[in-house]
Design a protein around this ligand. Sequence first.
Ligand SMILES: [Mn+2]
Length: 331
Amino acid sequence: MRNSKKEDFLNFLKEKNLLITTHDLADLDGFISGIALKYYFETHFPNQNIQLMFSGLSRHTKSFVNQFSIKFPNFKFTFQEHIQLSDIDVIVIVDSNNLDQIKLFNNSDLDIPFIFIDHHLNLQKNYPGNVFSFNLIYDNYSSTSEMVLELFNDSDIKLPLPYKYLLTSAILTDSGFLKYGNTGTVKNLYNILQDQIEIQDVLPLLEREIDISEKIARIKALQRVKLIRINNWLIGLSHLSSFSASAASILTKVGFDIGIVVSEDKSDYRITTRAKKQVCLKTGLHLGKIISEINNVNGGGHDGAATLNGKNDVEEILNQLIDKIKETLIN
Ligand SMILES: [Mn+2]
């Protein structure tokens, strides 16, 4: 991130009452970058009121919080589920730049200015309340937590031990344990761990018990999968009512280069996609970009992982999506 961008971002937030939030069902990166940013703001802006709100936590985040609390019993996660907005001057949204994913903005006309700090593809939606010149949106970071880490490093604020474990956990998870990372990711991890933390001490926090319903969902996705072959690339297409993200990544582990899983709930639907890094590198495939170019749906994401939500026209949108993927794979 450019220094002048970061300075402008911080100057804008100075002397204001801040609310930090993230997308609904916060994943580990959304949750931890929120927690860490709150700590950063409290240290950097000691006289300001800083609030943090999560509208819900993902299953994985909840299980992480349980594990983490065993290791650090004195660490308190302080956040709220509902917030009194009347005394908030600016909302800082972490790990998303899509308001459709932010519960706070659903069905309400908020007139509080907001800015994004995020590592997803910039959707450039030009929302009226967004003070976009202060957004920090950079998709060359494998996690939002690394962007927050950079703020700590710039201000020479020392990270307490629990925060080191938190940031390491978020970076490992969002980079797919470095599968989607880059050399910058490795540098950031080293910068946190140094000689103080052994990475093997962090990994157990991230182990996740897969319950039987998720196992069955994954097996069903495999039983139902349709194979689409384009040259030497294999796409797996399946459908499930839940656990679509888990199933889409399983598809890429059993031999498909791209996994697509459709979930329908009455007229609403969600299409989850995952691609192996090799496909993205060799063909220039960017699932997040493809999805953000489809009309009348919400969605976005990264090159190898992206999700789309829509209503009513699942067949048509699915065909559009597959056609766009095919075009990229053929060229
Ligand atoms: Mn993230």
